[in-house]
Design a binder for this molecule. Sequence first.
Ligand SMILES: Nc1nc2c(ncn2[C@@H]2O[C@H](COP(=O)(O)OP(=O)(O)OP(=O)(O)O)[C@@H](O)[C@H]2O)c(=O)[nH]1
Ligand SMILES: [Mg+2]
Length: 296
Amino acid sequence: MSDRTPTGQIPDALQQPLSRLPGILSEAMVERLLRCVHYEPVIGVMGKSGAGKSSLCNTLFSPPPASVDPVRGCTRHVHRYQVTRGTRTLHIADFPGIAETPEPDRQYRRLYRAWAPKLDLIVWALKADDRAWKDDLRCYRELLGEGAAPERFLFVLTQADKMEPCREWDNANHQPSPRQAKNLRAKTQLAATLFATVHPVIAVSAAENYHLELWAEALIKALPVSSSSAVFRHLNPDLRTEYVQETARERFVHATGDIFDEAVAAIQISGRLVRRLQRLRQRFLAVIRAVWHLLF
Ligand SMILES: Nc1nc2c(ncn2[C@@H]2O[C@H](COP(=O)(O)OP(=O)(O)OP(=O)(O)O)[C@@H](O)[C@H]2O)c(=O)[nH]1
Ligand SMILES: [Mg+2]
């Protein structure tokens, strides 16, 4: 997360509705809107070594930020990647996998705990064909014990194509067989129950491009409202579907409504002016909706 002072301009279309607000309110709105538009989110990706954390990052964001090693665990420190588009940056913290060997594992779990409060969202990768999630559960509970909020975690079942019976994967259509699909449903339900997840658990395959659009929707919905649009602009273009775009836009409109209400609450005004501002609020949010694509 960045506390840098925002720079940049508010689009012309917003100047007119802003000019109808009392000066002090309009200034506060511009300042807070720019802060929201230029916000640099940080997404952490955690889970066991080899779960497919780096591969998932590479399919989600453009350009692909992470390195992948087929044999040894290759993420030994937190790799901070910056995905930059224009003047905006998304930060990804790709964590070393837990449960590889005991000593680094203790260090890694300390690392997870130190980083957790700095992250907008923690994506937790669980490998679909992994039978034991004991280490994941222990580490997750440690983080909750340190005060991390459960809604900040988005669990994902990775490498869905390896789900048993893995030889049945439909390579032509990039889909699981009926038996794999049944097992994937059971496994996602199990993950949702064991980790008591706030957000839905979705089975994906980065290698097979399976359910990634669905998962991008879940990602945008799981992010704090004020950071979904900032993440949206860095998604791989294939994943920026109409629905994902609309979800990000509506969440930004919602965040702007909150900014408006907070700015109004901070100034001392008469009841008559409050009613006038309520009417302006609707129009202001309609303009925000219309110019969202210019902001992100
Ligand atoms: N079949 C299949 N293989 C995958 C998939 N995702 C990743 N892999 C492979 O699994 C191995 C591990 O993937 P990584 O993305 O490096 O896993 P990681 O969680 O970042 O691993 P560490 O950095 O060690 O923590 C690599 O050989 C990948 O090519 C997938 O969806 N399907
Ligand atoms: Mg990795």
